[in-house]
Design a protein around this ligand. Structure first.
Ligand code: C2E
Ligand code: CA
Ligand code: CA
Length: 757
């Protein structure tokens, strides 16, 4: 009998040993605890074997002590294992110190029992036909040890059950199995611990196997496919898993839908996606990734189909899986992004970058064609935005782009270069000015704006002669051509020629030289007398000249328009105004108190300067009368914003300045407008005196202006008077002041003083 029992126990030892060996391969916290549990289990069984075979009572005592002591620690670790296994933090829930102290005390008590026998005694009994065994005869103290053991068992069970009922069905078995074996073990133990043959020890082997299996091997049978479904169900990717023969092992929701027999995805030939995949799978052993178009209800879907083969450790084919992604949206987005990057968002035509790159390619590919780069630019587009609102401005641009679309066959490339500027590349032979005729009714379509609104656009044309020039520079040149005619009312089409480039360079030099010119007093004030009919001096107009250190004497016609374009004119004017004031002060000191100087105010000055403040400051600074300053404001400046300008003019007149309308009759002016102008003097432009086809007509208008102005309380001065006849008929018409070469040309201050003072 002993041999049979021993054999069973040794078998148990082998089983536990095997589990222990397997556990050594695992690397984690749980594995460490499992190792302790198994190791102590091993010791328990081992000492059981010893107690079974020994004949020495002392050795048997020792073996039993070890067995009981080991049970304490086994359960301690089992408890720890249970906690860790169910995912609870052992240290957080258990006062380890107290528990270990209790177990150490119990262990000591067990060890000294070999001498004191306060827990139990060993009694030799003869069983099974005379074989001798040692049997335990327990004493009351033993139940203290037993209580500790049971407490630990209960703790273990609580944590295992706690977890079992909180887990999904799949996992529950994993916890319950250990718990049930543990309960069985305890029950067996209760009944057999004191008997000579403790069969419960075999339970340790069973528990060891359970623990090892549950902790490291067991995964619920259905869990894997279930998890696969769960994980892949929400994916917008089709997954199809096949075995080596092409049988479906798994197919997620997305793939199932794509393979749906009632509504299948088919390719151009009408073959279904599923069949295509299966053919590919059977075809060869290779893996691939491919973008292919399939159609669902006629709508194209671009699918990225990927086949991956699965190989085992020995590189033997085990099956494979398809991953199918619908890239339609992605591709659409990419196309959209590309569209946005290359097209103007407002008008939908190419943007600048795209226009340039497309044009560059076209020019390169067609070396023998005669081509134009054309830029179109609306005149005063800012005014359209200001007066009619940016919405209308936007509509005009959209309509204009639409018109270009309509003419697209005449163009090679066209696009919006920015703001109100469009670029066109076209064959020379297709070009005609009529093609670009202004069509207000089309520009303002759907805006509700009267088509009589004066809208004009300029055309700048660069003929491509040098193909090495970058297109962006070609566009600049076309725009240079436009710049050369801006402000010109009759001409709206200009071709680029080489001189324009040197003009631009020249202008650049002027601009960069201005601040130095002001600092070095290169700008000179010239004075042109304003007189009565008889040449009696009344005052003078201040006209600027530039004594350039390199270029010599420069007339204002050359540099004023340049500075007017970029606003630098304000610097010139401020300088001239101050120079004029200084001069007046000097004259005043020399007793010429009745002379005045007439200064020019550029239309642009109103944007950049606080005119009222500057002039009131100047007369204070030089202590001169405002009456000795005449302010020449062109009618263009007033037309830009009549209400605001009239307010300012009113303020200036209230302050005592004499305000004069310059160049009256040269631009927009109408006689009708005269009644709204409250100024001191009307300065009639010299156009009326120029030789023209219809001199009589000119004279009639002149007569009317002079008479009307007089009636409205504004004396007139005529400029550009060159002949005695002109003086005669102008004075007959009622003009009382004159300025012109007939009397004197503009001259330096020195000459002026010599001649007149
Ligand atoms: P504007 O203000 O209309 O000045 C009159 C221009 O006519 C002056 O030309 C003057 O020399 C010229 N002129 C005077 N009498 C006669 C004549 O009998 N026959 C002819 N053919 N021309 C005559 P200038 O000095 O070359 O000035 C040209 C324009 O430059 C001026 O026209 C004015 O618009 C601008 N300008 C001159 N100086 C200044 C200035 O300091 N500031 C501003 N903003 N503009 C100025
Ligand atoms: Ca003037
Ligand atoms: Ca003038």
């Amino acid at each position: 009998m002993k041999i049979l029992l021993g054999a069973i126990l040794i078998l148990a030892l082998i089983v536990i040993g095997f589990c222990l060996y397997k556990t050594y391969k695992e690397q984690n916290n749980l594995a460490r605890t499992v190792k302790y549990v198994l190791f102590i289990g091993f010791i328990i069984v081992f000492f059981n074997v010893v107690s079974l075979y020994t004949t020495s009572k002392f050795v048997c005592h020792f073996a039993y002590s070890m067995y009981f002591m080991a049970s304490d620690w086994l359960l301690y670790h089992l408890f720890k294992f249970s906690m860790e296994y169910v995912g609870l933090d052992f240290r957080q829930y258990v006062k380890r110190g107290y528990m270990i102290a209790l177990l150490v005390a119990d262990s000591l008590s067990i060890i000294i029992n070999s001498f004191t026998e306060h827990l139990y005694e060993l009694k030799e009994v003869n069983l099974f036909g005379g074989e001798s065994f040692y049997e335990l005869s327990v004493k009351p103290f033993f139940y203290l040890h037993y209580a500790i053991v049971l407490m630990l068992v209960v703790f273990c069970l609580i944590s295992l059950f706690y977890r079992a009922f909180k887990s999904p069905r799949f996992y529950r078995n994993k916890y319950l199995l250990i718990a049930i074996v543990m309960i069985a073990l305890v029950i067996m133990n209760v009944f057999s611990v004191t008997s000579a043959v403790d069969v419960s020890v075999i339970g340790y082997a069973v528990e060891a196997v359970c623990i090892y299996y549950c902790a490291f091997v067991y995964t619920p049978q259905k869990l894997l496919p279930e998890t696969m479904y769960r994980v892949t169900d929400n994916m917008k990717i089709g997954v199809l898993l096949l075995d080596i023969d092409g049988n479906k092992l798994f197919c997620n929701k997305f793939a199932t839908k794509m393979f749906d027999a009632n509504e299948p995805m088919i390719d151009k030939k009408g073959e279904t996606l599923e069949k295509w995949c299966m053919d590919k799978y059977g075809d060869s052993k290779i893996e691939f990734v491919e973008d292919r178009s399939f159609y669902l209800n006629g709508k194209e879907h671009v699918l990225k189909i990927q086949l991956q083969r699965m190989l085992d450790e020995n590189n033997i084919h085990q099956g494979g899986y398809f991953v199918i992604q619908d890239r339609t949206k992605e591709i659409e987005n990419a196309k959209r992004e590309q569209y946005l990057a290359s097209h103007d968002t407002l008008t939908g035509v190419y943007n600048k970058e795209q226009f340039i790159s497309k044009s560059e390619k076209y020019i390169k590919r067609h070396p023998d064609e005669d081509l134009y780069i054309i830029c179109t630019d609306f005149k005063d587009f800012k005014m359209i935005n200001d007066l009619l609102g940016t919405k209308v401005g936007d509509m005009v641009l959209i309509n204009y782009a639409g018109m270009l679309d309509e003419m697209a066959e005449k163009f090679e490339v066209y696009g919006r270069l920015g703001n109100d500027i469009f670029g066109i590349l076209m064959k020379k032979e297709y070009f005609s000015e009529e093609l670009f005729e202004n069509k207000a009714e089309k520009y303002f379509a759907e805006t509700g704006i009267e088509t009589s609104f004066p809208i004009v656009k300029y055309l700048g044309i660069y003929e491509i002669t040098d193909r090495e020039v970058p297109v962006s520079v070609m566009c600049d040149r076309a725009r240079m051509a436009i710049a050369s005619i801006k402000g010109d009312y009759t001409n709206t089409v200009a071709f680029y020629d080489r001189t324009m480039r040197s003009n631009v360079k020249y202008e650049q030099e002027l601009i960069s030289g201005l601040s130095r010119a002001i600092e070095n007093e290169e700008l000179k004030m010239y004075l042109q007398p304003q007189t009565t009919k008889d040449g009696k001096l009344l005052g003078a107009e201040a006209l600027v000249r530039w004594e350039h250190p390199e270029q010599g004497f420069i007339m204002p016609g050359k540099f004023i328009p340049v500075f007017e374009k970029n606003g630098l004119i304000a610097e010139v004017d401020k300088y001239m105004w101050e120079t004029a004031c200084k001069q007046i002060k000097k004259w005043n000191e020399n007793g010429h108190e009745d002379l005045y100087i007439s200064v020019n105010i550029s239309p642009r000055d109103f944007y950049f300067l606080d005119i009222y403040q500057i002039f009131t400051d100047l007369i204070k600074k030089y202590d001169i009368s405002p009456k000795s300053l005449k302010l020449e404001i062109t009618e263009t400046a007033i037309v830009m914003d009549v209400k605001r300008q009239m307010e300012l003019i009113g303020k200036l007149r209230d302050a005592g300045f004499i305000v004069e309308i310059d160049d009256f009759g040269s631009g927009y002016s109408s006689l009708n407008m005269l009644k709204d102008l409250y100024v001191d003097i009307l300065k009639i432009d010299m156009v009326f005196l120029r030789k023209s086809n219809d001199e009589e007509r000119s004279k009639k208008i002149l007569q009317m202006i002079i008479t009307l102005a007089k009636q409205l309380g504004m004396p007139a001065i005529t400029e550009g008077v060159e002949t005695v006849e002109q003086v005669e008929f102008l004075s007959e018409m009622g003009c009382e002041m004159f300025q012109g070469y007939y009397f004197a040309k503009p001259m330096s201050v020195l000459d002026f003083e010599k001649q007149y003072l």
